[in-house]
Design a protein around this ligand. Structure first.
Ligand SMILES: N[C@@H](CCC(=O)N[C@@H](CS)C(=O)NCC(=O)O)C(=O)O
Length: 208
């Protein structure tokens, strides 16, 4: 069978989530660690975003679609359940992660904090404005994982792998640590997920 190639820089949470999926399933893969908008990426993704996948003649963009392909194309444990209810809850939390958690944590907090204008400094109005929306996300996620231990119920799914790198990134900032401390149930869930070899083994190298 052709080699599975994941295309995208390891600092991307979306790339990490897919690497975690491969680790959890025991699927061998080659990582091509390129940034967005590079030729390997634009050959597949019309908007130049990472991650992308190549597997023989198959070329896929969008992390949820890539995860679905990997989960279905390879044997082993399923992380996007086959049953109607499990599939619905899993894709529901993947979408919520991508639309709400990524928006408020990554786009409105992490990016304006870490890549602030060198002259003007960080846009604190924008960054502080994100915190109440992030808290809504954290509260929602804490309630969800309180039921069965994982977002989609009592079993680990790709929805958990998708969300945990985003939450952990938030926790790398002092304001993120302080905000997360208000949600101990979510903290326990994060501790459980980040202790897994699939998370530990996919840590991005320190940025140069
Ligand atoms: N919905 C996309 C989001 C991917 C995404 O936002 N990737 C970022 C890196 S983490 C990117 O490529 N950013 C560059 C850009 O949007 O131009 C997915 O799930 O794959």
């Amino acid at each position: 069978m052709a080699e599975l190639e994941l295309i995208g820089a390891p600092f991307s949470n979306y790339v990490r989530a897919l690497r975690m999926l491969c680790e959890e399933k025991g699927v061998a893969y080659k990582l091509t660690p390129v940034r967005p908008h590079t030729p390997e990426v634009t050959a597949i993704h019309p908007a130049g975003q990472i991650p992308c996948l190549r597997h023989g003649d198959v070329a896929v963009f969008e992390s949820q679609a890539i995860a679905t392909y990997i989960d279905k194309a390879f044997a082993g444990a399923k992380f996007i359940p086959e049953d109607a209810e499990g599939a619905a809850y899993t894709t529901q939390w993947i979408s919520y992660g991508n639309v709400k958690v990524d928006r408020w944590i990554m786009r409105e907090f992490v990016v304006p904090t870490a890549f602030a204008d060198k002259v003007k400094g960080p846009d604190m109005v924008r960054i502080n404005g994100a915190i109440p929306e992030i808290e809504k996300c954290l509260s929602t996620l804490q309630t969800a994982v309180a039921k069965g231990g994982y977002l989609a119920g009592s079993a680990l799914t790709f929805a958990d792998m998708n969300i945990v790198p985003m939450l952990a990134t938030f926790g790398q900032f002092p304001q993120g640590t302080a905000t997360l401390a208000k949600y101990p149930g979510l903290g326990a869930y994060m501790a459980k997920l980040t202790a897994r070899p699939s998370y530990v083994n996919t840590a991005p190298p320190p940025r140069a």
